[in-house]
Design a binder for this molecule. Sequence first.
Ligand SMILES: Cc1cc2nc3c(=O)[nH]c(=O)nc-3n(C[C@H](O)[C@H](O)[C@H](O)COP(=O)(O)O)c2cc1C
Length: 201
Amino acid sequence: MTTILNIKSSSNLQGSVTRQIGPVAVERLKAQYPDAKIIERDLVKTSIPHVSPQFVSAMFSGQNDAPALALSQKLIDEVLASDIIVLEVPMYNFGIPSALKAWIDHVVRAGKTFRYGAAGPEGLAKGKKAIIVLGRGGVYSEGPMKTMDYQEPYLRMILGFIGITDVETIVIEGVALGPEKAAAALAGARQRAHTLTHRAA
Ligand SMILES: Cc1cc2nc3c(=O)[nH]c(=O)nc-3n(C[C@H](O)[C@H](O)[C@H](O)COP(=O)(O)O)c2cc1C
């Protein structure tokens, strides 16, 4: 059975473009894997707290079963159980929303999703595919704003760090540049989501 983890992080609950396109991608994958199990994590409707002093203390002292790390373990289990992760990510101030960063801080943990060996860091969440749905007011895939994009490069780096290197993007950009540009960006993204294919590793 294929397990799809769908992460939502837009605080716009009316008209979010990532919240429109993410489900198109999930539906497309469901058509390919009719028995797929879907795990939905909406980081806005149910937010993940910032890393707390108790979290850090338990983590640094190796108390992996401490209550302060229970949510982290649950989120890690969801990632490790999944075959495909569909991440819906708006650009906020050139990077990712803090709601998603809090999730990352809970999921990226030494000994759980990565470890350091003789050859350097090794991701432990291997054999998965990630589809990242990126929403942006401006245009960053080309042109003068390209170097200001700390959203896609960061996501690719952190996913790669935990072993997820098979990453596809669906970019919805320029949505703040007028209704025509927004409609074209959405139509392009919808088409791209419809043509997603995933081959199990
Ligand atoms: C707090 C906040 C910060 C934003 N920062 C940026 C930004 O740095 N660059 C940009 O192009 N758009 C920015 N935007 C616009 C969003 O990226 C845009 O609205 C996009 O559609 C967000 O995805 P969503 O519709 O799924 O929420 C920002 C929006 C908000 C609410």
